[in-house]
Design a protein around this ligand. Sequence first.
Ligand code: T6T
Length: 325
Amino acid sequence: MKRLFAAIAAASAMLAGGLTTPAQAQKDLTVALVPGLTTDAFYITMHRGAQHAADALGIELLFQGAPDFNPTLQVPVLNAVIARRPDAILIAPTDKVQLVEPLRRAQDEGIPVITVDTFIDDGQYQDGSGPGDFPLSYIASDNVLGGRIAARALAEGIGEQGTVYVSNVKPGISTTDQREEGFKLEMANYPGVTVLATQFNDDDANKAASQLQAVLARNPNLAGVFGANLFSAVGAANGVRAAGKSGEIRVVAFDAPQSIVNDIEEGLVDMAIAQHPAEIGYYGVMTAYAHLTGQSVPIAIGTGFTVIDADNYGDPDIAKFIYSE
Ligand code: T6T
């Protein structure tokens, strides 16, 4: 009888408070997403995926970032986010080393950290070694593999003979460092291909375009270029167009904004390696939620690629991976 009374009392209390679903019950959870920069179709698409997950869970998502991919600008944004005391932080750190201490402050204040897209330190978290071991999880593409895919495509595009180079952002960024590493490892299988010194453009497409022209002036037989991220690829392709070498100097692009897909249609770019940023954002939020509600989470989640080229860009199953603007 006592138990029956208790059950009736619990049911009445629930009715008095209104019936709640588990998602509504978590409404007070807030997850912050700090992108590498805000005005990049890659992170805009990641935000969209993160928002879908937050809506599905009924939790709040903050999106706050800097206008450029630069640790000096990202650290103050991170500090402002920490001051808002979210329940968890998802971040694409803009430097493997320079973001370690700023992120440790979040961790020390009891805010769990998950890195998305890029990593800090060696990217091997929770293994008891290294100063940046504390993030709970790393959710990203396999960037070494992406670099290898690019090298294979470029080598084949130039008939396995000729001179190429990598247009890259700057050293110290985990993703783009790994893409270059994978590219060079794979190109070692093509003895007929010479890889020139990498050109670093600071994530500035205009600089990448001028560098293409300068490399071409020094190497009139330039056969191809790998643009290791969105702005590097857009700039390299623009440089090839401006030099009047469309289709002659082959371009392989990492990332898939609409403009690169237009370049594929035009015959200026051979292919784009599309990452799945919406998936990265979605699983980032889901992972944070799992942790905040007492579940253990994987230390790493790998998301895939979709290769877009002239044969498939019109297929809706492929075109859905073109980034949102
Ligand atoms: O390639 C992406 C991202 O993966 C990288 O870490 C930085 O550049 C992009 O955001 C594209 O601009």
